[in-house]
Ligand binder design. Structure first.
Ligand SMILES: CCCCCCCCCCCCCCCC(=O)SCCNC(=O)CCNC(=O)[C@H](O)C(C)(C)COP(=O)(O)OP(=O)(O)OC[C@H]1O[C@@H](n2cnc3c(N)ncnc32)[C@H](O)[C@@H]1OP(=O)(O)O
Ligand SMILES: NC(=O)C1=CN([C@@H]2O[C@H](COP(=O)(O)OP(=O)(O)OC[C@H]3O[C@@H](n4cnc5c(N)ncnc54)[C@H](OP(=O)(O)O)[C@@H]3O)[C@@H](O)[C@H]2O)C=CC1
Length: 515
């Protein structure tokens, strides 16, 4: 029997961000391995016209939870959705719900955050800093609380090359940042944001670093641990390979490349692609929750959940494998044949953006206008290029994260726990993982049926023929224009024609001689 699974039996667990990518997998794993847990409280807001109950119902009836229904048929009774909005200082939680949370919670997993790179600083501070502070205040009033697990990111200190499992102080105290957000107007905040984030690339990484400082400063007597995952990708093994449900990180770019929109990205092929499967992150998170509660370390331990130290992959290998998978499992209705190159400098990147991205979008929009349809490709391409420009920071650098605490934890696990809560990425086969990832994007993000693969391949063959025809026509037009303007070109053309004529007449003569 797994000691970790047994530990969560009978426990009341609070998860923030449970409706997110990582939160769903965390909930699923808990219900599947510890079906005798007492209750999972989840803070859920209404979204896209759905009530909290409707959102929970949709999650529990999704493919991700298929196995849970077998081992925990009464899962609906064990999940308690509490309306909350982390944008509000008191989370807008009702008095009754707050009373129940404060008196019953044993473990907190704080996953909620805004992961957008371009969020205005005010919004990112509210969600990634102030909300963390508010949750810590709630935790300090929970008499039964055994552990508080905070999910940060391995990129919270991406301005450093080597990152240890310690908290690095930010130049300005989080409390001052929080207070200034209350009285500065948006225009001033936008103006000072670049100065505040300094050499970090965006408000996301900056506010995650501030969030860690808040955890350190306001932990009081709480028993806390921090987990820093790198680039979280689709599931590796559990509950099944390739599951993913949002466009963040590689997923969106895999779609853009598979649909033929993205043809080049400024990336360093040999840079480490530090991806970590979401089920690996969740296994580590649950192991950390158990270890923190049972062993009660003297200080807040930080665990790096990264792959580069154990089983490095690089962007060149990843890109190659993604494209190779498209050959076998193409996406449907592609705009062009998938083909994405890595450019290593800004000039070539700008050239390919003009030639491979903007020009085809303009031509296609012109075609849409001619056929009486609304042009949309240029707008989509501009948004995609903006997205790519924000992700490029992470594909042109490599980082080294120390993993002492993560390795220590692995050694503390029994063989059974190492099997059930496996976070040993040394066992990960990257080619297999990336292939399953692309398959998962097709099935779970694009909702495309595998039966449509022959038609998708046929469509790509048509696109290839159109591509050849287009290039041939372009060449002939260019050659015709050149001949009309250049004597040299005409001479070359006549030389080629006469050479071919002589070769053909010699060939014909020699073949009649044989008879
Ligand atoms: C063969 C090559 C493979 C190689 C593969 C390389 C992968 C290299 C990944 C590095 C990744 C590092 C990640 C650090 C690790 C964290 O800790 S970060 C945590 C996760 N956060 C993220 O990944 C970034 C989250 N996304 C964002 O911040 C915003 O999407 C962006 C990037 C600022 C763009 O914002 P926006 O312009 O408002 O765009 P947004 O509304 O989000 O989406 C616009 C459209 O693009 C789509 N979209 C959204 N996100 C994406 C995306 N990531 N990609 C594409 N389309 C997207 C949306 O569906 C949307 O379409 P519509 O809904 O309009 O039809
Ligand atoms: N994805 C990645 O690559 C990485 C993620 N991380 C960290 O992991 C954690 C989870 O990330 P991930 O699952 O990918 O993120 P998602 O964007 O998928 O999920 C974010 C969660 O936070 C919730 N949330 C956001 N704003 C509010 C709000 N105002 N009120 C209530 N809930 C809110 C969302 O709820 P709703 O569904 O209502 O929007 C959602 O459940 C984050 O802390 C992130 O920083 C770390 C490294 C990498």
């Amino acid at each position: 029997m797994s000691m970790i699974a047994a530990f969560y039996g009978g426990k009341s667990i609070l998860i923030t961000g449970a409706t997110g990518f990582m939160g769903k997998v965390l909930m699923e794993k808990l219900f599947r391995t510890s079906p005798d847990l007492k209750v999972i409280y989840i803070l859920v807001r209404t979204k896209a016209g759905q009530t909290t109950q409707q959102r929970v119902f949709q999650i529990l009836n999704s493919k991700l939870f298929e196995k849970v229904k077998e081992v925990c048929p009464n899962v609906h009774e064990k999940i308690r959705a509490i309306y909350a909005d982390l944008n509000q200082n008191d989370f807008a939680i009702s008095k009754e719900d707050m009373q129940e949370l404060l008196s019953c919670t044993n473990i907190i997993f704080h996953c909620a955050a805004t992961v957008r790179f371009d969020d205005p600083l005010r919004h990112a501070v509210q969600l990634n800093v102030t909300a963390t502070q508010q949750l810590l205040l709630m935790a300090s009033q929970m008499p039964k609380l055994e552990a508080f697990i905070h999910i940060s990111t391995a990129f919270s200190n991406c301005n450093l090359k080597h990152i240890d499992e310690v908290i690095y102080p930010c130049p300005v105290e989080p409390k001052k940042i929080i207070d200034s957000m209350e009285w500065l107007d948006d225009a001033i905040i936008d103006e000072i944001t670049p100065k505040l984030i300094g050499d970090r690339p965006n408000t996301y990484t900056y506010t995650k670093a501030l969030g860690e400082m808040v955890v350190q400063q306001e932990s009081g007597n709480l028993n806390i641990a921090i987990i820093r995952p790198s680039i979280v990708g689709a599931t590796w093994q559990e509950p099944f390979p390739g599951w993913v449900d949002n466009l963040n990180g590689p997923s969106g770019l895999i779609i853009a490349a598979g649909k033929g929109f993205l043809r080049s990205i400024r990336a360093t092929p040999m840079a480490v692609a530090d991806l970590i499967p979401v089920d690996t992150v969740v296994n580590l998170t649950l192991a950390v929750g158990w270890y923190t509660a049972v062993h009660r370390p003297k200080s807040t331990l930080i665990y790096h959940c990264t792959s580069g130290n154990f089983n490095p992959c690089n962007w060149g290998k990843m890109g190659f494998q993604v494209l190779a998978t498209f050959e076998k499992v193409p996406f449907e209705r592609a705009f062009r044949r998938p083909n994405a190159d890595f450019t290593t400098n800004t000039i070539t990147s700008q050239y390919w953006n003009a030639v491979s991205h903007r020009a085809p979008a303009i031509i296609y929009d012109f075609y849409l206008r001619l056929t009486g349809r609304k042009p949309r490709m240029t707008k989509l391409m501009n948004r995609l290029l903006r997205t790519v420009s924000m992700l490029e920071y992470f594909v042109n650098r490599s980082w080294e994260w120390s993993t002492y605490n993560t390795e220590m934890l692995m050694s503390e696990l029994s063989p059974e726990d190492q099997r059930v809560f496996n976070f040993d990425v040394r066992q990960l086969n990257w080619l297999e993982y990336i292939e399953n990832y692309v398959l998962g994007v097709k099935k779970y993000l694009l909702k495309e049926d595998m039966a449509g693969i022959p038609e998708a391949k046929q469509h790509l063959r048509r696109l290839r023929n159109i591509h050849y025809l287009f290039n041939t026509a372009l060449f002939l037009i260019a050659w015709r224009l050149l001949i009309a303007r250049s004597q040299m070109a005409r001479n070359v053309w006549f030389f080629i024609v006469s050479f071919c004529y002589k070769f053909l007449s010699y060939f014909r003569a020699s073949s009649t001689l044989k008879v």
